[in-house]
Write a protein that binds this ligand. Structure first.
Ligand SMILES: [Zn+2]
Ligand SMILES: [Zn+2]
Length: 302
């Protein structure tokens, strides 16, 4: 799994940073968190293609998080997309997407399905789920957890040999969780597989103040992508507008014991993000400040 930051600026873009969008590539599929204005062009400047986006999760309806959607949908359509696109978001997402797609003389040539995920709700995407929980911002908003379902345990060739299973198709069947027949005996997958292994977990906060539910939701995440609109000096102001400072994001990361904290949604005032990084580092060491096109690989823990 790979995370590519397509936009890392809060409120409006700067010459170096576009507005919010984070792509998560998993196999042939891209899950997009937020879609700020110009996201489709950011895709073109990245190794990814917007044609691979299967699902978009909008955190809330401030323009810097969704204004890229109508343009991207239009380009997808003109490039011959036929497969449906799913767009999820907090309360009001159906209406918002309906309005965005009825501007001007344009009708998409594929289905765009918009659906609300209430706080505490989730979308089952097969091998992974995306859960929504409430953000604390100036308007209704969601933070999201992308979590893979557990994978089967490690296959023990020694145990399979001891049970007299010939290598080949029977190995694969057992690995996929099916029982097999050896002579007059049935071998169950549990006999040759170790305990199930946990999947990877990525958390995207969207715009939010720090709050306790965030700690639980982000517990042991591989990567926590957190609002860091300001450094510690401007913390009070950031909080007043429903945002977090990098120091506060680091407190959440520390309490949640995440693998890596990535700070994003920087206020355009920070041409140099040095103070943002340093303030976070005083609290939590495993931290990076995102920049546009930053790529982060998320390997399996085992
Ligand atoms: Zn924002
Ligand atoms: Zn906002």
């Amino acid at each position: 799994m790979q995370i590519v930051f397509l936009g890392t600026s809060g409120s409006w873009p700067t010459p170096k940073r576009n507005v919010s969008a984070v792509a998560v590539k998993r196999g042939p599929e891209i899950v997009l968190f937020d879609c700020g204005e110009g996201t489709q062009r950011q895709f073109m400047l990245s190794p990814l293609s917007f044609m691979q986006v299967s699902r978009v999760f909008l955190s809330h309806f401030h323009g810097d998080h969704f204004l890229g959607l109508p343009g991207m949908v239009q380009s997808m359509s003109m490039n011959g997309r036929e497969v449906p696109l799913e767009v999820y978001g907090p309360r009001g997402v159906e209406q918002l997407v309906g309005e965005l797609l009825s501007i001007g003389y344009f009708t998409p040539g594929f289905v765009v399905k918009a659906k609300e995920i209430p706080p505490g709700g989730q979308v089952d995407c097969g091998e992974y789920v995306v859960k929504a929980f409430e953000a604390v911002h100036t308007v209704p908003g969601s933070s999201y957890v992308l979590e893979e379902k557990p994978r089967p345990g490690r296959f023990s060739v020694e145990r399979a040999d001891a049970l007299g299973i010939p290598s080949g198709p029977l190995f694969s069947k057992l690995q996929e969780g099916e029982s097999v027949r050896i002579g007059d005996r049935t071998v169950r997958p549990e006999e040759v597989l170790g305990p199930p292994r946990r999947g990877r977990k990525i958390v995207y906060t969207g715009d939010t103040m720090p709050h306790d539910a965030l700690i639980e939701a982000a517990r042991h995440a591989d990567v926590l992508i957190h609002d860091a609109t300001s450094d510690a000096a401007l913390e009070e102001k950031a909080n007043r507008y429903g945002h977090s400072s990098s120091r506060q994001a680091a407190e959440i990361a520390k309490k949640a014991d995440v693998g890596l904290l990535v700070l994003t949604h920087l206020s355009p005032r920070y041409e140099d993000p040095k103070s943002i990084l340093e303030d976070a580092k005083t609290v939590f060491e495993r931290v990076r400040v995102a920049e546009d096109f930053l790529e982060i690989q998320v390997p399996y823990a085992d």
